[in-house]
Design a protein around this ligand. Structure first.
Ligand SMILES: [Mg+2]
Length: 222
């Protein structure tokens, strides 16, 4: 069976969201008002992300030192990446966050090469943080990085689209996927919509569930 597995980064692969960590650490709770509007669907992510970055005044080096000390990934993720490789499942990280941070966290945790699509950022000489939106095409233009585009781009090459996520930018692609693994805000959102999903705590659980699902599908086709 050919599986494409799309996976969010912040709060899904990492135990906590890296941008939310930086904002909590350096700003306090002033940015929560922006995030609450996004959660409630009152403010598109496309505008909200830069508004949140505007709160940050820290230099990039200090920010990365803080990330280095405080950000941990799901301990079962590395094994999951190896399992995907063994089965020729296509694992793709789709993030509404930033490539520089993702690559930093992966390198630190000895995670090998994985396809990543995300936004990025730069910090200018006055420590102003600027979003560089993903340059991949957008379907409805509400997000800096349209995650759903990547599903649509390769959908016909795969038997099933799997989606793993936790947050607001996962709502759209999750609802376009065959098998969805959700936690936190995404689980709540999908539950309220009666959209079917599997709740998960870690990637070991996702692996076990996918083993069952793919075996079952193989039996059905025999
Ligand atoms: Mg997330």
């Amino acid at each position: 069976m050919k599986l494409a597995i799309f996976c969010d980064f912040d709060g899904t692969i990492t135990q906590n969201d890296t941008l939310q960590f930086l904002l909590d650490h350096y700003v306090g709770d002033a940015w929560n008002e922006v995030e609450d509007k996004v959660e409630a669907g009152l403010l598109p992510e496309k505008e909200a992300l830069q508004l949140e970055m505007d709160f940050l005044k820290v230099d990039e080096k200090s920010a990365f030192e803080a990330l280095d000390k405080n950000i941990k990934i799901d301990e079962t993720f590395k094994d999951f990446t190896n399992w995907c490789k063994e089965h020729n499942f296509e694992l793709i990280v789709l993030s509404g966050g930033f490539r520089k941070i993702i690559e930093f966290v992966f390198q630190k945790n000895y995670i090998g090469s994985i396809k990543i699509y995300s936004n990025d950022f730069f910090v200018d000489s006055k420590n102003k943080w600027k979003v560089i939106p993903s340059n991949s095409p957008k379907i409805n233009g509400l997000c800096n990085h349209c995650k759903t585009f990547h599903l649509e781009e390769i959908r016909t090459n795969f038997d099933k689209i799997v989606y793993i996520g936790d947050g607001t930018t996962d709502r759209c692609p999750a609802q376009k996927s065959d098998w969805v693994f959700a936690k936190k805000g995404l689980a709540k959102f999908l539950g309220e919509k009666n959209f079917p999903f599997f709740e998960f705590r870690d990637f070991a659980e996702i692996k076990s569930k996918l083993e069952l699902l793919t075996d079952k599908k193989l039996e059905e086709s025999n």
